[in-house]
Design a protein around this ligand. Structure first.
Ligand SMILES: *Cc1c(COP(=O)(O)O)cnc(C)c1O
Length: 454
């Protein structure tokens, strides 16, 4: 029996919604999510602490197979390469490697991570504008695919090739007009103005390098499959012209990543689940373009995909706990959660779906969801209709698998643990909750600052 006195809260009169429909029919956000792959949210939080990131390995593998199938049923030679920066937890990377993915990295740090995970050097694609001389040397020695971003890099590789007994395997990144604006033209060489051809000629006329592929990554969270069709046509055209002029075939065309996940962009009229194209639509657009470009059977290039967010977003959840409720000056309900924008970066551009993790009444109220940071920008959702939640209730944020676990910031609190639930429903910790020690391990306090008297 509890003898605790109920706390007083000043009453307010506020409109509650009862069983209303929104413009899309029933409000799916009102379904509680009490379990993830058979694990109770309450138990997970009890065991690993709150907040907590959870990755469903079942969803990860199912999504990968769906994407792989969409391409393999349409094109004879398909290879996925996991985009490390989208989520480089080793457990996540290795699950994709077990599914057959190569590695796609954009920095020396990620390159080392891929090697450490056991990916053979010749199955690592090295992208990005800033590869150091030492990193390029390692990539050449390991026969990795080096995707050249600019002429300075091209000249440096040429120089390194002269000192090496290995012939660097290079590709160029090509940017182009695909009908989607603003155009992504800061990476790679432009197609329309001839930069791409200039780079190709400089590589082909030099016998120290081998041009193995052509690469494009036309944007991120792309909602238009036809843009990929156009990009695939332009890369195919380059490949066919190279064949005509130099009698050499490029081995692959790499279409990059950027397929939208099922998240809902802020300000979007439609929910992401309705607005985002399927893998089949992207695959149809890309494969049709390449198949109809005019390659002979034997010259048909390998099709590489570096899909990131669309493969991992849905597999990720963020579990958390209500800290408190308050009324804003205009009477709106504000609910404060124990996770902030520092660990949920994607809340800046998505209206994440958020579900209560326990049963609730049929009443709902519009609310603002805040994080716990002492910062005005710490808003998880500006406006959401939820059943009124109380202190210690739990919530689940959906589709957070992409970018949050790589872009998160340690700020005034320790970053949470990450747990993976395997296909049999067992939970495995894949990144421990940070501790004061783990954060301070890299700090150095000069001796003379050790002591003070107050
Ligand atoms: C970030 C990135 C990807 C993955 O992009 P998504 O939008 O996550 O699919 C693929 N390729 C390159 C070169 C990238 O920079």
């Amino acid at each position: 029996m509890s003898s605790k006195k109920l706390q007083y809260e000043r009453p307010v009169i506020q409109k509650l919604n009862v069983g209303l429909m929104n413009k899309f029919g029933t409000r799916t956000e009102y379904t509680p999510l009490t379990h993830i792959d058979g694990n109770s949210v309450r138990d997970l939080l009890g065991k690993f602490g709150s907040p907590l990131f959870v990755i469903s390995e079942r969803t990860l593998r199912r999504t990968f197979r769906e994407a792989n199938r969409a391409f393999k049923t349409r094109y004879p030679k398909v290879q996925f390469a996991w985009s490390y920066k989208t989520n480089y937890m080793n457990a996540v990377c290795n699950a994709f490697h077990q599914e057959g993915s190569w590695a796609e990295v954009v920095s020396g740090f990620e390159y080392e991570k891929a090697l450490n995970n056991g990916v053979p050097g010749n199955k690592i694609i090295f992208n990005g504008p800033d590869k150091t001389e030492a990193e390029l040397k390692a990539a050449i020695a390991n026969n990795s695919m080096i995707h050249i971003d600019h002429l300075d890099e091209l000249y440096l590789i040429k120089e390194l090739a002269m000192e090496s007994n290995k012939k660097p395997r290079v590709a160029i990144r090509v940017n182009m007009d695909t009908g989607v604006y603003p155009m992504w033209d800061r990476f790679g060489f432009n197609y329309e103005n001839g930069q791409a051809w200039d780079a190709i000629n400089k590589i082909m006329l030099n016998d120290k390098m081998e041009l193995v592929g052509l690469h494009a990554h036309i944007g991120t969270f792309m909602l238009t499959p036809s843009a990929y069709g156009m990009a695939a046509s332009k890369l195919s055209h380059l490949a066919l012209e190279i064949k005509k002029k130099y009698k050499k075939s490029v081995q692959y065309i790499d279409m990059g990543g950027g397929f939208a996940s099922k998240n809902t962009l802020k300000g979007s009229y439609l929910q992401g689940i309705d607005a985002s194209p399927t893998f089949d639509q992207f695959a149809e657009s890309i494969c049709t373009s390449i198949l109809n470009a005019g390659f002979t059977d034997t010259d048909l290039p390998l099709l590489i995909l570096e899909t990131g967010r669309a493969l991992i977003d849905e597999a990720g959840y963020l579990l958390g706990t209500v800290v408190s409720n308050k009324r804003l000056s205009d009477g709106r309900r504000a609910t404060i959660l124990d996770f902030g924008v520092n660990i949920l970066f994607t809340s800046f551009w998505y209206d994440h779906k958020i579900s209560p993790a326990q049963e609730f009444s049929q009443y709902t109220e519009d609310a603002v969801l805040y994080g716990p940071l002492c910062m005005n920008i710490d808003v998880i959702r500006e406006n959401i209709t939820l059943p009124p939640l109380k202190r210690d209730d739990h919530v689940v944020v959906h589709s957070v698998g992409a970018y949050n676990m790589t872009q998160w910031m340690q700020f005034i609190a320790l970053r949470p643990a990450i747990v993976m639930i395997d296909k049999d429903g067992n939970s495995h910790i894949i990144r421990k909750r940070e501790t004061l020690d783990s954060i301070e391990k890299d700090e150095v306090l000069p001796k003379y600052l050790k002591d003070f008297k107050l």
